[in-house]
Design a protein around this ligand. Structure first.
Ligand code: HEM
Length: 422
């Protein structure tokens, strides 16, 4: 027992000393990030990491509106798939729709990032889905158990063994796909992928391979890390945003009515696919998405490492510290007006009713580290909702939700909707 207590004290002293020595020189590395999404994205909010800056510049064109428009066929077929699988819930009362939006978002991101579909014979199956979920849970567990922040202790823990098993599944998948696509690319197959639906598109992986082979931009490990980051950063966020949006639409019948009217004006009674021109006309639907993300920001807390002193009105935040920003609080600040707590999509339709500061809305963060997948997220979510709401009438009660913070904001319970056929 004494040995144990002495070891804990020794480690505490060691980490305090190490933190003091390094905290002014380099941003802290948050425990658990490295194996999950790789070194390029390791340091949260360190826009000064030259590697991050260089890679972000190279990656930006891969997320341009033009590339995202190329995924519109995938977004449509995935939305139709979601409408179909949810059919089993019609008329059966409340169900947990998150399991549906999550699976669907993971399928979509895997298709667009890697060009791989979930199917029986694929390396991408429910084992992979489970491994991604476990990895995110383990990240939170390690954060919460401060003694596991030390790599030395963590490396002996059961959590580490579990993490190794999950990583094997995740990396096996991205490595296998990378190898296959690279061989195909070198064999002159540069025309993108064809999904089982017959839709042609160019997955992110092919764009990165192009940059790597033609311009020597990335090595294989970096490509794998970028693709893993896209999958981790892209699916849980979109799935949660859709889940919250459906709860809010189901809780406000007048909002749902107005969305349906907008859909009817654009599509009439036609069940046709959503085009990129339709997306720009779905103004009210976009306002509903933004208002949901304002009230329930999926990433409610974010961190930045301060490379210089930042003077506020009454305080100075000193260089070398990590600053925690509460996006949840910013979105409810008085600058949003006396109705800041209310769910009012209409506020987005008139710029005069919005706060003057462009930084008042930080659902995708602000500044240089703004979410690279923002356009992708809006296009895929608007397409999914346009299909779902043309087929189903939704009911929910957002007041029943109790929220919890994992890496992202989630409801602890009560995130149930009921659906009826239109
Ligand atoms: C509603 C959906 C989404 C929300 C709310 C969201 C939110 C965010 C936020 C807040 C950040 C910044 C984190 C920080 O700086 O601490 C971020 C970064 C990022 N997001 Fe998203 N995101 C969404 C969808 C997506 C999608 C669909 C993709 C990929 C296709 C994606 C890829 C990324 C990547 C790669 C980063 C890291 C960017 C960098 O480090 O330069 N996100 N996201």
């Amino acid at each position: 027992m004494l040995v144990l207590v002495l070891s804990v004290i020794a480690f505490a002293l060691y980490w305090t000393w190490r933190w003091r020595v390094t905290s002014r020189l380099e941003p802290p590395a948050y425990p658990g990030w490295v194996p999950l999404i790789g070194h390029v994205h390791l340091i949260i909010g360190d826009s000064f990491s030259s590697k991050w800056k260089h890679h972000r510049k190279l990656l930006n064109p891969a997320f341009s509106q033009l590339v995202v428009d190329g995924f519109q066929g995938v977004f449509n077929s995935q939305a139709r798939r979601l409408v179909k699988v949810m059919e089993t819930e019609v008329g059966k009362g409340p169900f947990d729709h998150w399991t549906y939006t999550r699976r669907n978002a993971l399928e979509t991101i895997c298709l667009t990032a890697l060009g791989v579909e979930f199917c029986e014979n694929s390396v991408l199956n429910s084992q992979y889905e489970h491994a991604v979920e476990q990895m995110l849970n383990m990240l939170v567990e390690r954060f919460q158990k401060f003694w596991l922040h030390s790599d030395f202790i963590y490396n002996w823990s059961n959590l580490k063994k579990k993490q190794e098993r999950c990583l094997k599944i995740l990396h096996n998948m991205s490595n296998t796909v990378l190898k296959t696509r690279k061989a195909a690319y070198l064999n002159n197959d540069k025309n993108g992928k064809e999904a089982s639906t017959g839709i042609k598109f160019k997955p992110f992986l092919d764009l990165l391979l192009e940059l790597s082979i033609e311009k020597g931009a990335f090595n294989d490990l970096e490509i794998r890390e970028h693709v893993d980051t896209m999958i981790v950063a892209g699916h849980e966020t979109s799935a949660n945003a859709l889940m919250f949006t459906l709860v809010m639409i189901g809780s406000y019948p007048e909002v749902q009515k107005r969305i349906f009217e907008e859909l009817h004006d654009i599509f009439g009674n036609d069940d046709r696919d959503v085009t990129k021109q339709d997306l720009s006309q779905l103004v009210y639907l976009e306002a509903v998405l933004k208002e949901t993300l304002r009230v329930y920001p999926i990433v409610p807390v974010t961190m930045r490492w301060l490379d210089r002193n930042v003077k506020l009105k009454n305080y100075t935040l000193t260089a070398g510290r990590t600053c925690v920003m509460l996006v949840y609080g910013v979105h409810r600040h008085a600058m949003w007006g006396p109705d800041a707590e209310e769910f009012k999509p209409e506020r987005w339709l008139d710029p005069a009713t919005l706060p003057h500061s462009p930084n008042a809305f930080a659902a995708f963060n602000i500044g240089r580290r703004i979410c690279i997948g923002k356009s992708y997220a809006y296009s895929s979510m608007k397409t999914t909702l346009a299909h779902l709401l043309r087929h189903y009438r939704v009911q929910a009660d957002h007041k029943k939700m109790i929220l919890k913070l994992e890496v992202v904001l989630k409801p602890e319970c009560g995130h149930f909707i009921s659906i009826e056929k239109r």
